[in-house]
Ligand binder design. Structure first.
Ligand code: TGC
Ligand code: FAD
Length: 392
């Protein structure tokens, strides 16, 4: 891969809206991505392997639990800092951002928000440093968009719970030390359980042959009569709203992350268009390429404004699920369209691993599907504005 010459576009001077802390956090993540992600990511994506050596660096830039309080090992930052960290990491690769999203919003957040004080003290500091890595098991082979139909279940056996079932498409599962698993009790009510690697009957086979998110490890969670200690139940919240509450936080991070992928594609295409000479002039001087590039920067700027305002609302505890859905949906679609256009600006070079665009484009095919598909987010907006739920 070529040297990383990335310069972040800021067409509307949005930096002026950021605090000094926001800029420090963002710049530290940006430098880390240039130094530790860009040089290795293409190779790991090509060989379909998660680069485990980056775990320490992710912890150091505050990517594991950015908004979790310092007393539990988190970075104690606000929601805009969290968003900016996700933006910078996804500028490097969506799969690396996935690892950070899962660890922060889908593992640390539920333990922090729904766990006991003992659970917080036992797991959160180790998750914050990356000593423990976690995964989140909601999706099942027959229940993706409709998680309330899940069949994974646990029975009360007196001194422990007995867990049975299977989860599919689980980021980080092949190497995770713990899994936050959503399962139904004997009354059919959904609860969260912390399952640890090494528990008898628990296995995590890896899913292979992905064309997308190749630098992120994806797998299954299989529970065959797993004895889960009773103290591993998350007591603070139950029902589908418990996992959906975690998704709010992860989807918010994705709304920012997608901007990073789009910025990288735009910046690469702009530089290439200025340098590439055809018919005796830079292709950037042609109207057709200018249309592509002008539309890209317009869409990136709109997405930045959406994410920033959502961050303000989130800091005030006022961001609704439907507002988060709108930003996730809009920004991921924006990024995937920009990746497709940017790839064309590079002509044949656009399909090579010399440049990051094709990898971003393929990654975003997962991002537009996970954490609620593009359709599901549209239906969430539709239900919110009409009062009619079209899911069922
Ligand atoms: P519905 O009837 O709408 O709601 C059920 C109950 O949940 C409550 N609720 C929420 N509570 C807290 N936060 C939220 N965001 C909530 N949204 C809903 C709701 O009030 C209700 O409570 P109650 O007390 O009345 O029971 O549920 P539904 O069955 O109609 O489904 C709604 C739907 C389709 C929107 C939802 O199920 C959904 O979002 N589906 C998409 C599934 C999804 O996003 N899966 C993601 C899996 S994790 C993942 O992809 C990780 S990728 C990680 C990475 O690598 O980055
Ligand atoms: P389905 O739900 O079967 O949907 C198929 C199609 O039907 C979609 O286009 C969908 O939009 C459409 N559809 C569904 N219902 C409706 C409806 N009511 N109206 C109109 N259209 C509808 N899950 C986890 O729990 N943890 C993870 O860590 C995780 N990581 C993932 C990593 C990757 C790389 C991928 C690809 C997925 C991951 N997922 C994870 C799963 C992800 O959340 C699901 O793939 C997603 O929610 C969609 O579920 P599904 O794939 O079963 O598709």
């Amino acid at each position: 891969m070529r040297p990383d010459l990335f310069e972040a576009p800021d067409y509307y001077n949005l930096d002026e809206l950021l605090s000094e802390e926001h800029k420090l956090v963002r710049d530290a993540a940006r430098q880390w991505v240039k130094r530790d992600i860009t040089p290795i990511i293409e190779e790991f994506a090509q060989k379909a392997e998660f680069p485990k050596q980056i775990i320490g660096g992710l912890a150091e830039i505050g990517a594991f639990g950015p908004y979790i309080p310092v007393e539990y090992g988190g970075a104690g930052l606000d929601q805009i800092s969290y968003g900016l960290i996700m933006q910078e990491i996804e500028r490097g690769d969506s799969g690396v951002r996935s690892t950070a999203s899962v660890q922060s919003s889908l593992v640390m957040y539920p333990i922090f928000a729904y766990g006991t004080e003992d659970q917080r003290k036992k797991y959160l500091p180790k998750l914050a440093t990356g000593e423990y890595m976690g995964c989140f098991g909601l999706t099942e082979p027959d229940h993706g968009s409709n998680p309330s139909g899940m069949v994974t279940n646990f029975k009360d056996k007196g001194d422990h719970f007995l867990l049975n079932g299977a989860k599919l498409w689980i980021s980080n599962s092949p190497f995770a030390d713990i899994a936050v698993v959503w399962a139904k009790n004997e009354e059919g009510r959904i609860h969260g359980l912390i399952v640890e690697r090494g528990m008898e009957g628990f296995s995590t086979p890896e899913t292979h042959n992905k064309w997308s998110l190749r630098a992120s490890a994806t797998g299954e969670l299989i529970f065959d009569n797993v004895k889960v200690p009773k103290e591993n139940l998350l007591p603070g919240k139950n029902g589908l709203g418990a996992p959906l509450g975690c998704l709010d936080s992860a989807r918010y991070g994705i709304a920012w992350g997608a901007i990073g992928a789009a910025m990288d594609c735009y910046d690469t295409a702009l530089r290439y268009a200025k340098e590439r000479i055809q018919f005796g002039k830079p292709i950037a001087a042609t109207q057709l390429q200018q249309k592509k590039l002008a539309e890209m920067i317009t869409e990136i700027t709109k997405a930045q404004l959406l994410a920033f305002r959502l961050g303000q609302l989130k800091n005030e505890g006022r961001a609704t699920t439907a507002q988060i859905s709108m930003a996730k949906r809009n920004n991921v679609e924006m990024a995937i369209k920009i990746a497709r256009e940017a790839r064309q600006v590079l002509g044949g070079m656009g399909i090579t691993g010399e440049y990051s665009i094709m990898r971003h484009m393929m990654n975003l095919e997962s991002v537009i599907t996970y954490e609620g598909t593009h359709d599901i987010h549209l239906l969430i907006t539709g239900a919110d504005i009409t009062g009619h739920n079209a899911f069922k």
